[in-house]
Write a protein that binds this ligand. Structure first.
Ligand SMILES: *[C@@H]1O[C@H](CO)[C@@H](O)[C@H](O)[C@H]1NC(C)=O
Ligand SMILES: *[C@@H]1O[C@H](CO)[C@@H](O)[C@H](O)[C@H]1NC(C)=O
Ligand SMILES: *[C@@H]1O[C@H](CO)[C@@H](O)[C@H](O)[C@H]1NC(C)=O
Ligand SMILES: *[C@@H]1O[C@H](CO)[C@@H](O)[C@H](O)[C@H]1NC(C)=O
Ligand SMILES: *[C@@H]1O[C@H](CO)[C@@H](O)[C@H](O)[C@H]1NC(C)=O
Ligand SMILES: *[C@@H]1O[C@H](CO)[C@@H](O)[C@H](O)[C@H]1NC(C)=O
Length: 397
């Protein structure tokens, strides 16, 4: 390409008003990291209004170790009290906050009357699976939310009530999901298992697809080497960052909106892997990708930073005519943001990008590694994202 060609392309870029920013604008990029139109975390929140129930004469009964505010008469607060056991829970209590204590074991006894419980927060305790009575939770026929994150659980408590909609088990020592732990959870929408010890062998077989309402599954910071198979069709958000996953199967679940897989070991993905009709967000930073793949029309945010894409002006290996094989002006691609920094790309981005993705607001091009810089060093990958050279490699100067 001659200098005059480049100039023409640059002027076209400037005219089209698209921003191609260097790392100076990282702050802007952060703003784009979330998009309000992305699916809301379906996590239930504590009702803002007191949970009154006209029919019921509520009692002021409260465990002596705890606090039951009169303004929120169905809640019992027992958090941050160095408790070693769960106190007796009065019959009318629906929300039990008993996080940040020293509870290791749970018996059914304090729960015997607690048939109204809808929400339990037992996070930040010292629960051990061998010391949790089997039936503790299963007798709670109204339970919707269960927070057990930051404990020492080795297994998912089982059985759990089939009313459960959100189950938080992050930061435990769970290495497997037995089929009978999840089979009855047909109302579960959120399952959080980040920061555990899950392995491929631990989630083998038909264990996830029975959760027919599951929308969000988080398995970040585990030891997975492949994508969990057997995901139910209802899944919309998958978070698998920081595992060792090397490949992505073709034909993932059709309702997927968001896939987060940064910090894995993806080398190449099948050209068609993301040909999904609803996908909006794809995080594939910090992998070893070097081959382009088809970008679905619905995709809005694409993260390919810290990969091994190489090439010069035309983004040779990030072949845009492969990512976007046809232009359909009546039905344009929705991509607004793409992050490409810390690959080995050279020169300005091909104008075809903006024809193909007419809604592009920003390409974050940032710093690029040199051809001779090695990429397989894990050391490099652990460096903070902020590029080294201030004011370096701008795509447009
Ligand atoms: C967020 O998504 C909507 C479409 O759902 C789009 O119109 C909007 O431009 C996006 N915002 C940003 C900041 O990317
Ligand atoms: C359960 O309720 C009964 C009757 O109100 C009461 O006598 C008993 O002490 C309660 N048990 C527990 C464990 O809360
Ligand atoms: C549960 O407790 C944790 C730890 O204090 C807190 O961060 C979280 O917001 C609580 N969740 C709910 C739903 O109360
Ligand atoms: C990835 O997980 C390991 C533990 O499995 C942890 O030490 C490391 O900090 C995590 N890295 C990131 C980027 O989250
Ligand atoms: C994507 O999938 C649709 C239907 O499943 C198919 O018609 C189309 O050819 C696929 N696109 C590519 C680029 O493979
Ligand atoms: C990009 O892909 C198209 C379509 O497969 C091909 O014709 C073209 O030669 C490729 N360009 C480069 C630079 O590899």
């Amino acid at each position: 390409m001659t200098p005059s060609h480049i100039l023409t392309i640059l002027s076209l870029l400037l005219l089209s008003g698209v921003l191609v920013l260097s790392q100076d604008y990282e702050a802007n990029y952060l703003d784009y990291d979330t998009n309000d139109s992305l699916p809301e975390d379906p996590r239930l929140s504590v009702p803002q209004q007191p949970d009154y129930d006209g029919q019921l004469m509520y009692s002021y009964e409260c465990a002596s170790e705890c606090f039951c505010p009169s303004s929120y008469p169905f809640a019992m607060y027992c958090d941050h009290r160095k408790l070693k056991a769960v106190p007796n829970i009065p019959r009318h209590i629906r929300h039990l906050y008993i996080q940040h204590n020293d509870i290791e074991d749970i018996t059914s006894k304090p729960f015997i009357n607690a048939t109204s419980l809808r929400e339990i927060n037992l996070s930040y305790n010292k629960l051990q699976s061998s010391k949790v009575d089997k039936d503790v939770f299963s007798i709670l026929k109204e339970l919707i939310q269960l927070h057990l994150e930051h404990n020492n659980l080795e297994d998912i408590p089982s059985p759990l009530p089939k009313t459960l909609k959100s189950l938080h088990l992050g930061f435990n020592k769970i290495s497997k999901i037995p089929a009978d732990a999840t089979r009855k959870l047909t109302k579960l929408t959120v399952l959080d298992l980040c920061s555990n010890r899950l392995t491929d062998a631990g989630i083998k077989g038909k264990i996830l697809s029975d959760m027919k309402s599951l929308m969000q599954i988080n398995m970040c910071n585990n030891k997975l080497k492949s994508m969990p198979a057997d995901l139910p069709e209802s899944i919309q958000q998958i978070s698998l960052e920081n595992n060792s996953i090397a490949s992505i199967p073709v034909g993932m679940t059709p309702n997927l909106l968001s896939l987060r897989m940064p910090h894995n070991k993806l080398k190449s993905v099948a050209y068609n892997a993301f040909n999904l009709s609803k996908l909006m967000e794809l995080h594939l930073g910090h992998n070893q990708l070097f081959k382009p793949f088809f970008v679905p029309r619905t995709l809005e945010h694409l993260y390919l930073n810290h990969n091994d894409f190489t090439g010069r002006i035309e983004l040779k290996d990030l072949n845009l005519s492969l990512m976007c094989p046809s232009l359909d002006l009546g039905n344009p691609n929705m991509l607004t943001y793409i992050r490409l920094d810390n690959n080995k790309l050279r020169g300005p981005v091909d104008y075809y990008a903006y024809r193909c993705f007419p809604r592009l607001i920003m390409i974050f091009y940032g710093n690029q590694r040199k051809d001779d810089e090695e990429d397989s060093e894990t050391k490099k990958y652990e460096k903070p994202d902020r590029p080294k050279r201030p004011g370096g490699n701008k795509a447009i100067e």
